[in-house]
Design a protein around this ligand. Structure first.
Ligand SMILES: C[S@@+](CC[C@H](N)C(=O)[O-])C[C@H]1O[C@@H](n2cnc3c(N)ncnc32)[C@H](O)[C@@H]1O
Length: 263
């Protein structure tokens, strides 16, 4: 039986639109980053949290699934920054960073109890075996070491098909408890208004930056995008203002803190 008028996504592999991957260390960084954080609310809201958390971390830190290492600049100069990523990073996600160790399999190439903190931003939704992944994070941390994690919640299916999960605070608590983390804190990034504005902006952005359509459709999309540009800008302003208010049960994603405690 098939559902009429609907598409079966079980074997879907085609991503019709993907925001451009911008390296963070490109020469226009100083100008581009504030603009990107204002319009890309996932990064903007995450940056607001990381700006508070990361400068407080001391010692050795491991950035797992580091991608283009967007938050590295927030660590203190005294912090020893280490990065690892999956060997699939370049082919499946488009990332390759010098100095990063690329590994395959489930075991991270990091010694037991060697890190003061593990940073893992927007990675867990791409990991099939989250239990084993979080156990590795726990293994690499020293006693009382800190896990800093973030996951998206209201985000489109991205890097298709390598995007497997969305997590709720209840699910995150369950997974972290199972991996023997304690002192779990989970903070929402944004609220209903942020999400509504974010989705409005995403629709208009796909008109302004059309991908995988012919020239005529591209032209029509861009004209439509320009008509809706004022709504795009208004949504961006409202969304950024909404981040000043409390996170809600509908949000862009979660920022999570947890501790390893051997007792
Ligand atoms: C959306 S990107 C996030 C990159 C970066 N952490 C950030 O916040 O921009 C997802 C990252 O997860 C990495 N990744 C996916 N599966 C992984 C795994 N099993 N182990 C480690 N990294 C993984 C990808 O290679 C990619 O760098």
């Amino acid at each position: 039986m098939i559902l009429p008028g609907k598409q079966n996504l079980a074997d879907y592999r085609n991503e019709n639109w993907r925001p451009p991957l911008l390296p963070y260390n490109w020469s226009g960084q100083k100008l581009l980053n504030p603009i990107r954080k204002f319009f890309d609310l996932q990064i903007g809201s995450l940056w607001q949290d990381m700006k508070i958390i990361l400068p407080t971390i001391k010692g050795r830190v491991l950035d797992v699934g580091c991608g283009s290492q967007p938050f590295r600049v927030l660590f203190n100069k005294e912090t020893e920054y280490n990065s690892i990523d999956t060997s699939d990073a370049e082919v499946k996600f488009g990332y390759k960073m010098p100095g990063t160790i690329y590994y395959s399999g489930e075991n991270w190439p990091v010694a037991d109890e060697s890190m003061d903190a593990v940073l893992c931003t927007e990675v867990l939704e791409h990991v099939i075996d989250t239990d084993s992944f979080l156990k590795q994070a726990n293994r690499c941390l020293k006693n009382h070491g800190q896990l800093v994690l973030s996951v998206p919640f209201a985000a489109r299916w991205h890097f298709i098909p390598h995007d497997y999960w969305r997590f709720t605070p209840s699910g995150l608590s369950h997974l972290l408890n199972k991996a023997r983390f304690t002192d779990i804190q989970i903070y929402a990034r944004g609220n209903k208004l942020t999400v509504a504005c974010y989705k409005t902006m995403a629709l208009i952005l796909q008109l302004l930056m059309p991908q995988k359509v012919n020239h005529i459709m591209k032209f029509i999309y861009i004209i439509l995008g320009l008509i809706f540009l004022p709504l795009f800008l208004l949504s961006a302003i409202l969304a950024n203002l909404s981040l000043l208010f409390k996170g809600g049960d509908d949000c862009l994603g979660y920022t999570v803190l947890a501790e390893k405690n051997n007792q």
